[in-house]
Each structure stands twice: as structure tokens, then as C-alpha cells.
Design a protein around this ligand. Structure first.
Ligand code: NDP
Length: 331
């Protein structure tokens, strides 16, 4: 029963020296528990923060213990009334091929809502992040301009589409021509910027002739430095992520306070967990929009348990279009 352990805490980018695949025991479920087999694993940028031994909104991963995250799994043995052998479930699971979990910590997936992997993306944490960050903090109004950084990723691609549904002009920033083509051709975004080949300040000025009303920020760093001077009066900034800084200890940059004052802008950091009480509202909106064909959804899926580390590292070099997953087993 293979497991993936954190063996060393990274200072900068995570690499194979920080993670090890080890052989472990297959555990036995007790009363109220189930034994599950991993089917799909979600790799997420926030996991980088859990590799640091620092205080945050979620506890650090322990050294020489399995890493963990959102996953889809199949129940292979049940000692709980609520779940049966063969049920497909989702929840937070350790990176172990087989593991034991409390049945009440898992949610059975309704396959009529879409492919089972959607529960890790558009119908799961990233989709809800996009929905609450944009709708609650961004408060988009018809005709406004929204800029989305990390626009072709799991959260960003959902924000782009929710922004279009809200009747806004949407400008997306991403790191390859393949991604900007996807944003234009599939998501019908208004303008794109490839931050690796273009001068972001110049390109933003061209793409946002009426300034920026909403900034949904997934990346921080230099890209955000280029956005702030273009904020309109009463702009809103949903500070979702800062992936440009996750691998840079003590990252510093130009100051943005004056730009916030000049524009009377509101900036709010958030984690999706802040909206736990409203998850069913977000879930209903996203599943209805999907069923009505209003949302398009892309996944990049690596194959095999042993490819989990590389799929995770690839988030920091932009290997993924849409949601990055790893397929471990067939249901
Ligand atoms: P993505 O699917 O967007 O994958 C990460 C992407 O980030 C990469 O594909 C890459 O795209 C981009 N990226 C990586 N390094 C850099 C860099 N140095 N500068 C600019 N872009 C970079 O991940 P998610 O959609 O899951 O997450 C997006 C962001 O939202 C992350 O910052 C994450 O931490 C945050 N988040 C926050 C949540 C919350 O509750 N607040 C919940 C979920 C996610 P490219 O090729 O364009 O560079």
C-alpha cells in the first residue's frame, strides 16, 4: 500500500527531494469507518503552504507522514451503516492507495450531476472559491471590467465565466499562448494577456481602456503590481491566492497602499472555508449553470499514484490547463 510522505520542508520550490513514496500497511476499518481505494487525487497550490512549519488557517503537514488533500475514492469495505461497498465518495484523504476514514467525514457523490471528478473542481472547492470570491467580494455589475490573474486554472477559469455571465468585460492573465487561446476560443473572454511574453502594464492599459473595477487575484507578485495603478474608483479586489510568492521566502514588492487610497478600493483576503454556511447556495448555482450548459470545464489528468508529486510540482510551472488531477485507479 503505497503512501506519499513529506520528508523535508522546502525553502523555495518543492521538488522530489522533499517528498518520498514509501510502502505502508493497509489499515483495517473499525466500527463507523470505511476502507477506501483512491480513484482521483486533487493537487492544489495551498498544499505548498502546508509544507511550511508555520501558523496558518490549516495545520502544516507532519514530516514523515502522508500528505493529504481532496480526493475521490471507492469504498472497498464498510463498517458503517451510511456507506456501502462500491460507493463513490469524496473528502479529505491521505495520499495512500488505501486508507481508513470515518464514514461521516466522506460525502457520497451524486453521479447525475456530472463526472465524479467534478467534485474536486467546478462542483467542489475551486468552483466554490470562484463563486464566493467573485460574487460576494467582487460584486460584479453589468458593464464593469474584471481582471482575473491565473485565469486558465481551476479557480480562474470559473471566475472568467461567472464574470461573463454577470455581463462584464473580462480580461484574463495567464502564462502561455495555449492558455490564452483556450480563454478566447472556449471561454469567449474579451481580452487576454500572456504575462510571460508581454509587458503586463502596457497590455493591461490596452485591454482595460475604462480601468479596472474588479480584480480577482490568484497570483499576487509582479502581475498585481501592474494591476493596482489601473483600479477605478470603488474597485473591489478579491485576494484569493498569491502563488507567485509561495516559493519565494519573504517576498517583497512595490507598495500598493497609495493606489488603494486613490481609488477608494476595497481589498479582502478570503478562504473558501469562510463561506461554509453558504456552500449549498454556491453548489446549487454551479451545478445548475453546468446543467444548463452555461459553464465549460477543463481538466488536466495525470495517470498513476506515483505521478502525484510531479503533478503537484507542475502547478508552480503552469503545466495545467484547468483543474489538475491525478487518476490513481478506475472505479
Ligand atoms: P491553478 O489551477 O490556477 O494552478 C496554478 C496556476 O498558477 C498554474 O497553472 C500557473 O498558471 C499559475 N502560476 C504558477 N506560478 C505562478 C507565478 N509565479 N506567477 C503567476 N502565475 C503562476 O490553481 P487553483 O485554481 O487551484 O488556485 C489558484 C489560486 O487560488 C492559487 O493561488 C491558490 O492558492 C488560490 N486558492 C485560494 C483559495 C481560497 O480559499 N482563498 C481556494 C483555492 C485556491 P500560468 O501558466 O498562468 O502561470
Amino acid at each position: 500500500n503505497k503512501e506519499i510522505h513529506l520528508v523535508k520542508r522546502p525553502e523555495a520550490a518543492p521538488t522530489s527531494e522533499h517528498i518520498q513514496i514509501v510502502e505502508g500497511e493497509t489499515p483495517e476499518p473499525k466500527q463507523g469507518e470505511v476502507l477506501v481505494k483512491l480513484l482521483y487525487v486533487s493537487v492544489d497550490p495551498y498544499m505548498r503552504g502546508r509544507m511550511n512549519d508555520t501558523k496558518s488557517y490549516i495545520a502544516p503537514f507532519a514530516l514523515n507522514e502522508p500528505m493529504a488533500g481532496g480526493a475521490v475514492a471507492e469504498v472497498v469495505r464498510s463498517e458503517a451503516d451510511a456507506l456501502q461497498e462500491g460507493d463513490i465518495v469524496t473528502g479529505m484523504l491521505p495520499w495512500k492507495e488505501h486508507s481508513v476514514s470515518q464514514a461521516d467525514q466522506l460525502r457520497k457523490i451524486d453521479p447525475s450531476l456530472g463526472p465524479i471528478t467534478y467534485s474536486l473542481g467546478i462542483l467542489g472547492m475551486p468552483g466554490l472559491t470562484a463563486y464566493f470570491g467573485l460574487m460576494d467580494i467582487g460584486q460584479p455589475k453589468e458593464g464593469e471590467t474584471i481582471v482575473v490573474s491565473g485565469a486558465a486554472g481551476a479557480v480562474g477559469s470559473a471566475v472568467v465565466q461567472l464574470g461573463k455571465i454577470a455581463g462584464c468585460r473580462v480580461v484574463g492573465i495567464a502564462g502561455s499562448d495555449e492558455k490564452t487561446s483556450y480563454l478566447k476560443e472556449t471561454l469567449e473572454i474579451d481580452e487576454t494577456i500572456n504575462y510571460k511574453t508581454e509587458n503586463v502594464s502596457d497590455a493591461l492599459q490596452k485591454a482595460c481602456p475604462d480601468g479596472i473595477d474588479v480584480y480577482f487575484d490568484n497570483v499576487g507578485g509582479d502581475i498585481s503590481d501592474a494591476v493596482y495603478p489601473l483600479l477605478n474608483k470603488f474597485a473591489r479586489i478579491a485576494q484569493c491566492g498569491a502563488i507567485a510568492s509561495y516559493n519565494v521566502p519573504n517576498d517583497q514588492g512595490p507598495r500598493m497602499q497609495m493606489h488603494l487610497i486613490k481609488s477608494s478600493a476595497l481589498i479582502k483576503g478570503f478562504t473558501v472555508g469562510d463561506y461554509q454556511d453558504r456552500f449549498s447556495e454556491g453548489f446549487q448555482y454551479l451545478s445548475k449553470s453546468l446543467q444548463e450548459g452555461k459553464l465549460s470545464y477543463e481538466e488536466t489528468i495525470s495517470e498513476g499514484f506515483e505521478s502525484i508529486p510531479d503533478a503537484f510540482f507542475g502547478l508552480f510551472t503552469g503545466e495545467n490547463l484547468g483543474k489538475q488531477l491525478v487518476k490513481v485507479n478506475e472505479p
